[in-house]
Every structure is written in C-alpha cells, then in structure tokens.
Ligand binder design. Sequence first.
Ligand SMILES: [Zn+2]
Length: 248
Amino acid sequence: MTRNLKVPALVLKVNPVGENHRGLAMLVSGEGLLHPFAYGAQGKRSALRGTAVPYNRGIADLHFDGARNRWRLTAFDPVDTHDGLREDLDRFYTATTWAEILLKTHGAGEDSAELFELAATAFSMLSSSAPRDIKRLHVGFLWQFLDIEGVRPNPEQCGRCGKVLPIGGSDGPARFLPNGLLTGPECAENRWPALPDGARRWLMTISGEALEVAVKIGLAPGAVTAAENWLLTIIQTLLERPLRSIRK
Ligand SMILES: [Zn+2]
C-alpha cells in the first residue's frame, strides 16, 4: 500500500542518518506522530536541509512506502519557523519540554487534529511571548493537553475520598501526592506540595478557553509555579518516567 499526503505538520526532532539523510519526528495533523525519513536532507543542495528542522511548522509532502513500511518526507514548505524560540532561553526550554511531551505521548489517536491545533497555536504564541507570559502559556498548554488526552483531573474534587474541594474554603489548600493525585486538606499530609486555591480557580477558568484567551487571565507567580509543578507531576506519572528537559 502506498499513500501520499500533503498535510500540516510540526517538526519535533531531527536526527542525521549517515552523511546525507535525516530521520524526523513530526506531529502531523490527522495522523499523529510520524517518523518519516528524508533522503538527502543533509546535503548542501537539499531544500529540506534548512526547512525540515525543529520546530518549524508547515505543509509536508509525505509518501508512505508500504513495501518498506516507511514514511518519506519529500518536501516541506514552512509556514511558521518560530524564530522567536531561538532568541530567548525561557521560550526555547519551554518548547523543548513541549516537544518531549508530544514525542513521548505518541500524539496519535482520534484527536490528533485537535492536538495538532493546540501544538501549532502554542508554539506560535510561545515564539513571540513576553517573558512574563511564558509560564502561564506553559501551564495553559499542559492543561489543554491533558484534556485532549482525556486524563485531565477535576481540580474541585479530592482524588482520594471524592469529596468536593471548594475553592476559597477555610481548611487549607489542596495538596498533591508524588504521583500527582490531588487531595483535599482532610486527606493530605502537610509535607506534600500545596496547590493554592488561586491556581485551582485559574485552571477552572481557562478550561474550555482558547490559549489566546487563557494567557490573558492573570495569576500570581507562586500559583503559576505550583500549577506547573502539579501538571508536570501528572504528566511524568502518565509517562512513567521523568522528563529530561525540565530545568530544576
Ligand atoms: Zn479527601
């Protein structure tokens, strides 16, 4: 079986293969994560040499060779080269973490067009993000990602006893276990990290909102950091391994 596609795609990773070729990992709209081979892409005269690089998004010409069971990238027309990612370390490291999450979670399934849309929007916004907005954008991306993957927890419920966890209650903040399970104060130990009510309210507010809207809603820096830690803990539990790209 052979197939030819001309589809929106985001380059997540590139590996040289031999002297001349390149192996890629791409998030492809409607297809999920593919690993096409690009013949000659390392060569000086190849158009792919400069275009098929992380984290370019564009239109990919892909050919599936059924006999070899292999995808080939034959052309790539960049739409957004995200130059701003290379101009700022915080932007760049955030992009690296997103790419690692997308690579390790397969990016496949029925919702891969939705996942592609989220990634495309998030990388474009990150590329021109003001320094003060980067962390909120990051947390917003992680939160929407968990929703698309179908594993987003309810921030208003204790994961241990099921009790409703009111925002603005007087019993102290919610806390989360080393596996990311959110608990109310009645089930928590004080040594577990707290998730401030402001962070839970913010996550509730941005649920179902576009990232462009979510990032405009303010949140105190300490609460942003707590929310980031919670969501990265959940994602690493899902992956069953630590993310390498997280800066301590
Ligand atoms: Zn409880």
